[in-house]
Design a protein around this ligand. Structure first.
Ligand code: BMP
Length: 252
């Protein structure tokens, strides 16, 4: 028999980490489980996307190192203002993958100073349990499984990665294309309503599919939104699709 999934309300009741709580509260307030992935390369495009999608998303996912005109004052300060105005969190998809000391430097130093503005970050767990200790002031989403064709995140890798994710107090969730235990939030990228792939190894599923079969909590959508003619309309479409798919997955 298919197991029931937990609702956001029940996950909120047992949430331990302040970032998990915030994400679930925003999800319930906005009736959204959508994270927009801002894979754009200029500050203007990043801020435009944040302004347009802001009301419909729970978080904006950045790859801050692809912004060619990055400038802390001109990029991050207005981005933080938009996050406050539209009530969404900032998720830096840095995918740290080194020893703890190096990750700590990458997290706190350089031009991006991720520690100063990101609410949560992604990290590989390939460096082991202690490599995640440095992300004290943010939430960590552990990369457990990837969406791309031929990924090395096999069953046995995912199992070991999950052990670290479930036991580390800084970890709030996992990125994966497979089910995870209900006490960790599941973030699923590789979501697109129009395409099944991008010709570069990315593999897409629909919101319906990921909520029904993976019991995902949050969908991450990049090109489906920022490449759309009307990014705001596309965000609203994914928001509604995601929310309806979540409601249906509660009934099963
Ligand atoms: P798109 O929807 O345009 O394919 O973008 C997906 C986003 O999610 C990208 O920013 C990518 O880095 C990220 N991502 C992914 O696609 N698969 C993963 O397994 C993990 C990711 O972070």
């Amino acid at each position: 028999k298919e197991e029931h999934r937990l609702s956001y309300e029940s996950k909120l009741k047992c949430a331990q980490h302040s970032v998990s709580k915030k994400l679930l509260e925003i999800a319930l307030a906005k009736k959204s489980n959508l994270i927009a992935s801002a894979d754009v390369t200029t500050t203007q495009e990043l801020l435009d996307l944040a302004e347009k999608t802001g009301p419909h998303i729970i978080a904006l996912k950045t790859h801050i190192d692809i912004i060619s005109d990055f400038d802390y004052e001109k990029t991050i300060l207005p981005l933080k203002e938009l996050a406050l105005k539209h009530q969404f969190l900032l998720m830096e998809d840095r995918k740290f993958a080194d020893i703890g000391n190096t990750q700590e430097l990458q997290f706190t130093s350089g031009v991006f100073k991720i520690t100063d503005w990101a609410d949560f970050v992604t990290s590989q767990v390939i460096g082991g349990f202690e490599s995640l200790d440095c992300f004290r002031n943010v939430g960590v989403v552990a990369i457990v499984g990837m969406s791309s064709k031929g990924t090395l995140t096999t069953n046995s890798y995912r199992e070991e990665a999950l052990k670290i994710a479930l036991s580390h107090p800084n970890v709030i969730g996992a990125v994966s294309q497979h089910k995870v235990p209900e006490d960790i939030l599941l973030f699923t990228p590789g979501v697109n309503l129009a395409d099944s792939g991008d010709g570069k190894g990315q593999q897409y599923n629909t919101p319906q599919h990921v909520f029904k079969t993976l019991h995902t909590d949050f969908i991450i959508v990049g090109r489906g939104i920022y490449k759309a003619e009307d990014a705001e309309k596309a965000a609203l479409t994914y928001k509604n699709e995601g929310w309806n798919a979540y409601l249906q997955s509660l009934e099963k």
